[in-house]
Design a protein around this ligand. Structure first.
Ligand SMILES: Cc1ncc(COP(=O)(O)O)c(C=O)c1O
Length: 413
């Protein structure tokens, strides 16, 4: 049987059915691999997944319960309930340039929005440039459609005062965005590094992409989680600078800002001309988001501001605490993240972050995510989700430093 595909081949006895090569070649999530290594340890301290530490606020749950009690258990419009699309238009217009409802589609999660964007844009062989390290889904999803991904890495740099930060070499990114490139995928604030793309860089990228007809797919799911700006500011967004006709798709989600990871609700902002076809894609993927989940979304977006501010202040305290504790450990280069909810730090002498994270899970009861899960640019680093209590973070750092003190890195070198 062909190693590539089994289509068109007569089935011989013993032949194993296969998926398309593009699907088979997808990477397994290294974060899941680590979590599996911790199975059976009931005392694990988990900081490996990107999840807020608290349940969804009560007023959001109550909106969903009221919807269910009212019998709202039926299919909804492909592009989302008018009430939620209207609420999103008001919300987005209050943060960015005016965004009309005819540019907004509701999706069953941020990751589903990323897949829809890929289905809308990529044909086999298309070149897609992704800034990494990044949440693996952004690199793997284009490949499902047969696109070829080129990675442009951020670098860990020290400023003149020796302060570390993740930085983008803008010239390298623009050089990678060659004519004929189909799309740039960019995630800011960035998972895992916390890097936030400055507005001035966004301006230059937009101008370059306009010049060459390149789409921008901007994943802004952590856009409200920025720590060094007043709470009435969000991260710089392409929606602040783009015109309605720009080739721009912005992906967002209720998961992180409103502590709704399990609800599976997200949205996309697209040029209005795409909306009708996007509705068809949604029909053939999931058809629609559930009515009661969308009611929860309306509550979140229209009454969630005080919860969000409280979350932001809690996360900022947690970030500063973890940063201070980790920075005090020998061999740790930890930049202070400007956004998102992770510390992404380099460990001197670390060559195999997956092996270290597996060992930490199995032997130290500590769940961290290996840097290599976020692409080659992340190797040598570890991601630590700080959306947690200070007490747990404190115990986690104790376990981490005790484990490193056993000489693991020297033995594994
Ligand atoms: C960068 C980024 N984009 C998108 C998502 C997807 O969010 P969800 O599918 O929960 O809406 C995540 C989740 O971790 C993420 O980190």
């Amino acid at each position: 049987m062909s190693m590539l595909d089994d289509s068109g081949m007569a089935q011989a006895p013993g032949d194993v059915p296969r998926m398309r090569a593009a699907a088979r070649d997808l990477r397994f999530s290294a974060i899941r691999e680590v979590a599996n290594a911790g199975i059976g340890r009931s005392d694990i301290l988990p900081f490996w997944f990107g999840e807020p530490d608290r349940q969804t606020p009560e007023f959001i749950c109550a909106a969903a319960q009221a919807s269910l009690a009212a019998g709202e258990t039926f299919y909804t419009p492909n592009l989302g309930e008018p009430a939620l699309r209207g609420a999103m238009a008001r919300y987005l217009s209050s943060w960015h340039r005016p965004i009309e409802e005819n540019r907004i589609a509701i999706t069953n999660s941020g990751v589903s929005a990323l897949m829809l964007a890929a289905q809308a844009l990529y044909s086999p062989g298309d070149r897609v440039v992704v800034v990494t390290p990044v949440w693996p889904n952004l690199v793997e999803i284009p490949k499902i459609l047969g696109a070829r991904v080129t990675e442009v890495p951020l670098a860990l740099c020290a400023d003149p005062r020796g302060v570390l930060r993740w930085d983008l070499d803008l010239a390298a990114l623009l050089a990678a965005l060659t004519p004929g490139t189909r799309a740039l995928v960019i995630n800011s604030p960035n998972n895992p590094s916390g890097w936030v793309m400055p507005a001035a860089q966004q301006e230059q990228v937009l101008a370059h992409c306009r010049r060459h007809g390149i789409w921008i797919v901007s994943d802004e799911v952590y856009g409200r989680l920025v720590f060094d700006a007043p709470p009435e500011r969000c991260a710089p967004s392409f929606l602040d600078i783009a015109d309605p006709l720009d080739r721009l798709i912005v992906i967002n989600s209720f998961s992180k800002s409103w502590m709704m990871t399990g609800w599976r609700l997200g949205w996309m902002v697209v040029p209005a001309a795409l909306l009708e076809d996007l509705g068809k894609l949604i029909e053939y993927n999931s058809s629609c988001a559930p009515a009661f989940v969308q009611k929860a979304g309306v509550a979140a977006v229209s009454q969630g501001e005080s919860v969000l501010r409280e979350t932001l202040s809690r996360f900022r305290t947690a970030r500063d605490f973890l940063y201070q504790r980790l920075s005090a450990l020998p061999g740790i280069d930890a930049p202070l993240p400007a956004g998102a909810m992770y510390l992404f730090f380099r460990v001197a002498g670390l060559r195999d972050s997956l092996a270290l994270c597996k060992a930490l899970a199995a032997e130290a009861g500590l769940g961290l995510a290996p840097g290599s899960a976020f692409g080659p640019a992340g190797e040598g680093c570890i991601r630590w989700c700080f959306a947690s209590s200070l007490e747990k973070l404190d115990r986690g750092v104790d376990r981490f430093s005790a484990f490193l003190a056993t000489g693991y890195l020297q033995h594994s070198a």
